[in-house]
Design a protein around this ligand. Structure first.
Ligand code: 5RP
Length: 221
C-alpha cells in the first residue's frame, strides 16, 4: 500500500454515522473518498460536501450522497490533502487548484483532518510554490503586484491554456523559498486587489495523518 492510500484510508475511520463530511480534493483524499463510499454501501449514513467538481464527480460515481454548502448549517469534519504541512499544522494547499472551495469548506467545518504522504511534512513551508487564486480581470497587473512580495511567479497552465478554477479564476504559483512568516504573507497577499485567496491554511487543521512506508504518523494540535 502506498503512503497516500495508507493515510487516506485511515482518515475514513474518523467519519461517524450522521455526520456532514467535507470531501477534499486530490490523490490522497481520493482514497478517503473511496473508503467512505465503501462504508456508505455497508450502511454508513453521512452526507458529503464536495470541495471541487472533480470530487463531486468521484463521490457521485461511488454513491456518496452529497449536499451543497447552502443546504447545511455546519460541517462536522472535513478531510483534505495538502501540498506541504509543518508541525504546527500550517498548510500549503491548492496544488490541485481547489484552494478556494477547500478553504471555504474548511472554515465552516468543526474539525479538519489533513491526509498526506511523508514528503509533504516539512520543517518550513515554501519549497512548494504557493498557489494564489486571482480573478482574470487585470491579471498581469495582479501578478506584478504579487512579485513585489519577493516571489517568482508562474501562471498555471493546462493543455497550453491558462488553467481555470471551478470559480472561473486563474492560479498563480508563487515560489517564495522558505516562508518565515506564513500569517503575515497570507494577509499581505490577500490585500492585493484581484487576489481571491491564497493556499496558506493557518489554524484550520487539528490533526494530520501522514502515511509512511509501513506506518502512520499522527500530528495533532
Ligand atoms: C487541491 C489540494 C490538494 O489537497 C493538494 O494538492 C494535495 O494533493 P495530493 O493529495 O494529490 O498530493 O490542495 O487543491
Amino acid at each position: 500500500m502506498n503512503e497516500k492510500q495508507r493515510a487516506g484510508e485511515e482518515a475514513a475511520n474518523y467519519v461517524q454515522n450522521g455526520m456532514i463530511v467535507g470531501l477534499g480534493t486530490g490523490s490522497t483524499v481520493y482514497w478517503t473518498i473511496l473508503e467512505i463510499a465503501r462504508m456508505v454501501k455497508e450502511g454508513l449514513d453521512i452526507k458529503g460536501i464536495a470541495t471541487s467538481t472533480n470530487t463531486e464527480i468521484l463521490a457521485r460515481e461511488n454513491g456518496i450522497p452529497l449536499l451543497s454548502l447552502e443546504e447545511v448549517s455546519s460541517i462536522d469534519l472535513t478531510i483534505d490533502g495538502a501540498d506541504e504541512l509543518t508541525e504546527d499544522l500550517t498548510l500549503i494547499k491548492g496544488g490541485g487548484g481547489a484552494l478556494l472551495r477547500e478553504k471555504i469548506i474548511a472554515y465552516h467545518s468543526t474539525h479538519m483532518i489533513v491526509v498526506a504522504d511523508s514528503n509533504k511534512f516539512v520543517k518550513k513551508l515554501g519549497t512548494f510554490p504557493l498557489p494564489v487564486e486571482i480573478v482574470p480581470f487585470g491579471y498581469l497587473k495582479t501578478i506584478n503586484a504579487l512579485k513585489k512580495f519577493g516571489c517568482q511567479t508562474a501562471i498555471r497552465k493546462k493543455d497550453g491554456s491558462f488553467y481555470v478554477t471551478d470559480n472561473g479564476n486563474y492560479i498563480v504559483d508563487c515560489q517564495f523559498g522558505e516562508i518565515d512568516y506564513p500569517s503575515t504573507l497570507h494577509d499581505n497577499l490577500n490585500q492585493v486587489p484581484g487576489v481571491v485567496d491564497n493556499g496558506l491554511f493557518i489554524g484550520y487543521a487539528a490533526k494530520a495523518i501522514i502515511g509512511q512506508e509501513s506506518t502512520i504518523t499522527y500530528v495533532e494540535k
